[in-house]
Design a protein around this ligand. Sequence first.
Ligand code: FMN
Length: 327
Amino acid sequence: MDPRTAPSGSPARRVVELACGAPSVHNTQPWLWRVDGNRVDLYADRSRQLLVADPAGRNLLVSCGAALHQARVAAQALGTPADVVLVPDPGDPDHLARLELRRGPRPADAVERLATLARRVTDRRRFTSWPVAEERLALLAASVTTPGVRALPLVDTTTRFRVELLVERARDHQLGDARLAAEQRSWVDRGRGEGVPSASIPEATGHAGAPVGRFTSGAAGPAAARTGLLEGSDGLLALCTDTDEPHAWLATGEALSQLWLAATVDGLSVVPLSQVVEVPSTRGAMRTEVLGGLAHPQVLVRLGWQELGRSQLPRTPRRPVGDVLLP
Ligand SMILES: Cc1cc2nc3c(=O)[nH]c(=O)nc-3n(C[C@H](O)[C@H](O)[C@H](O)COP(=O)(O)O)c2cc1C
């Protein structure tokens, strides 16, 4: 049963169910949880790491950070706000966080907060040409308050041009890597409540004018895939950190979720573009050429407005909560 809509048990279990709706790279859902009374522990599930695309586990921890943030938001909205008493455990690097739920007031906008969690989705369809105003990008960037993470709007023409080249270079590099393509393919239409259904990939469904993104088949070849990853009207933000280690990756995930939920409230669509950070050479170039060597890029985010009245995307699946709960 989809944990996002499963009937609730204890508040702690419900928090886990809602946290499992978080975004994760290739919908790998690389997390495990332990619930004991009002205590919720989050662990990284290394068996779900993308060994080719993500050998260091950066995207794995970014994904877990997003789930941690969604757990906090869910706990607050359910009237059991969480004190996060440990992030992460120095003695066990895969024990990422411990949350203690306590009784608290249910916020007045609890229903809206839960609805935003349920509505957040990766919608890769082409955005309208209505630009994302710089002021809105600045407000969204300011909504990111996770310590150690900065959201940088990328607005000037030269910077955007550089970023676009790097994004395309990273995608072409990955398209040419057979092991990576095979790993990626293995997460498409996987069933079993995980992975990315082809219904969520516009170029696979033949959606008109779909941007050609990371799930393009290698058979199409880099030349066929060379158009339309970014549009001039897209909003672009980079999530960056001062250090480049697991703690920073987990914090980036919290920031990504915070940004994504704020954008969802605004009606904006969000698509992470992580390839440019996955490929070491383009990650290095992002750091030196775009960020002036002053910060480490962690995730690039594309934002835009979708057509009003567009059809609803089918939700990507989730594993049953029983599969992610440790005894
Ligand atoms: C760390 C991370 C990296 C991601 N990278 C990409 C990406 O490069 N391209 C893309 O289309 N989606 C990317 N996604 C989105 C995931 O594919 C998506 O969250 C997942 O399939 C679940 O779908 P949902 O967000 O609709 O719930 C990324 C998500 C996370 C958390």
